[in-house]
Design a protein around this ligand. Sequence first.
Ligand code: REL
Length: 829
Amino acid sequence: MKKLSTILLLLILGQCLYAQQLLTTRTDKNKFPLVDLNPAAIYVDSTDDWLVNKVATLLQTDIARITGKMPAIIHDIADAPEHLVIIGTENSAAIKTLVRNKKADYSGLKGKWETYRIHTIQSPFPQVEKALVITGSDKRGTAYGVLELSRQAGVSPWYWWADVPVKKQATIFIKSSSWQSTTPSVKYRGIFINDEAPAFANWTKEKFGGFNHKVYEHMFELLLRLKANYLWPAMWGNAFNDDDTLNPVIADKWGIVMGSSHHEPMLRAHDEWRRYGNGPWNYVKNEATLRDFWRKGIMRMRNHESIVTIGMRGDGDEPMTEGTATALLERIVKDQRQIITDITGKPAAATPQLWALYKEVQDYYDKGMRVPDDVTLLLCDDNWGNIRKLPHPGETVRGGGYGIYYHFDYVGDPRNYKWINTNNIARVWEQMHLAKAYGADRIWIVNVGDLKPMEFPISFFLEYAWDTNRWQEDNLRDYYTQWAAEQFGAAYAKQIGEIQRLYGQYAARRKPELLNADTYSLTAYNEAARVLHEWESLQAVTEKLYKNIPPAHKDACFQLVLHPVKANTIVHQLYYAVAMNRQLAARQDSGANAWADKAKQLYISDSLLSKEYNQLADGKWNHMMDQTHIGYTYWQQPDYNSMPAVTYVSTHQPTPTTPPSTNDTSRYFSLPAARYSKAVNSAGITWKVIPDIGRTGDGITTFPVTRTVPLSKNSPCLEYVINSPDTGLITITALISPTLDFTGGKGLKYGISVDNETPVVMSLHENGDWNKWVADNILRPVTSHRLHTAGRHIIRYWMISPAVVLQQLVVDAGGLQETYLPPPATGSR
Ligand code: REL
């Protein structure tokens, strides 16, 4: 019996945890009327935390925005009407009374991090018939609960940052029940505003007068609405603590944990050293000055929740001088921790710290440098979304744990990408899922450039960090529609979700900054025209949607949906026109001239589109699209966009409108990985498709991602059948996502065999050019095999390492032409 009731309790609890739909309809007789004819009042204890009082006012204005009815805020239960929303932490007088009178039991929140409970209580106080209580294990937990309610009632976290209209309704009813949130999967979840000139910097200068608390306050609110808690502030010529002394004070009130980037130790901005530093940024030559400089960072931290970056890199994001000794760095860390101890008066371990294993710093770690156990090791991606290192399974027990620093935007080799969003969330999911599976879950921070236009991947990154169980490979596609529904309503969810899904896949093929007229082949398999057609079709669908969407949604739809599609389409049209021009001009064909004119028009269209963005919402986002993106000659951005060179010819030849197609005599099979003939799972390892992760479709990999087995004839494998008319040599190119060997080994491996041959074992990383992998966003290992007979053959792709995501196999049986993307899928033929 006891067992049965435990099971029942677990089932009910399970429902509480996952049944997170708070809203109900008027006909539900158990409902709580948040707003019926009148709004319920909101109670908050004025002595409760500032943030709790703040979110009470946010809820108040959110409700007013939704329904046009402004709820009263009361601070004394004696003033309560019959329906009351109670917001508070355990310090709230009303919450204490409820517990004391056994009307509620919040022991399930005790000691938890950022966890909240939302429930209704019948007759909690004499004059109150029903109350809706939102309480958290701490101030942020309480805030997240309140903002979750707002969000479900119709206020998107992006209502200000992307002009998403509030969903108007006359009434709001809440289900009578009890929900307790999960405790966040990742403790510190945040963003890094970086590479912020020219766009964000010019925008904020014009709108707010710089990076001051007025602009940061909008950011803090956004972060809380997205259930984030952590920020690395802008640092390109900006210094959070120095630019406006209210910045850190307001951050602390909003409950935002502040840090500084990976190369700005001790909470001091790089720009502060430029402003006030004395002598070289070199610990051997200038130790005392540096110590003073850092001391100020910790003094200024006061009791504001912070994560202190420790360690030291060279001046301005450069490596330390060559030959910097591990011993020196260890001494620096020791001295920095002594400063923390001296100034806080507590052991250093009482202040959260991180050491970022960014770029060359990881080498120090790999060569044996260690920092004390309480420091979080912030592992990093390669700046291109591929995680470089993860803890070994079983290595995760370390006081400070591990975290990840990830990029949606970057300045550096092989090219800056800071104009528009090019992040495919399927890949973000796959990499961050790895991070979680291997135990890197203390901090997740992502470089988001100017913040706009990264709204969509930011939402995903932070929501996934909040609950890594919520999104798996088999429901990832729902994220697109869920997000679209939240911004644009259920009526547009499917359509916009589908646009976002295709956009993410197309845009991740190559950063626009790396595109040129030669990226896609004009001739081989009609590649350039096919790619362009995909963009133009997506644009047509998006334009139609934009035309039909209600006027109130147009600004948001432009920013979040139409602009990125159009911007990419124009750039692809431009390079296609330039390619056509060059090809025809090379033949002295006067058809080249029309393409040159077209290219010029497209170049102008590009700048007009940026202008349209900047003028949107009466110029609210002026400068946000100032980033240059055409005319790169090396990694660094050009100062100005420049028109790619086109040529005019003066002869009079006919004007072809399509590229001359070459005679395709190539014999090949292009096999999308997810369309295997057979998947062999074994030893508890299962093949699963990750939808949309590939450059042209899905990808496939093995789960659990932490498991592997030595290669044998029983290993997990995928089979692909081809029917070859010939015998002879073939090559097989495996198109694989550019995952790095995060295990610290020499390269992730797979095996490949044809029929009964011994599998060829391929290492993905031993040879190759990282610049090309990331620019092309693919690995292309090639193996050779011999077909001894014509007819049916089985290609087997063998799992050796986990986390290898196969996108496509391309079998060349003779004459395969070179293309950027795989040739069109053939299946067996
Ligand atoms: O993307 C990165 O992590 C770094 O290159 C930047 O953090 C770096 O601070 C750069 O913006 C300038 O210093």
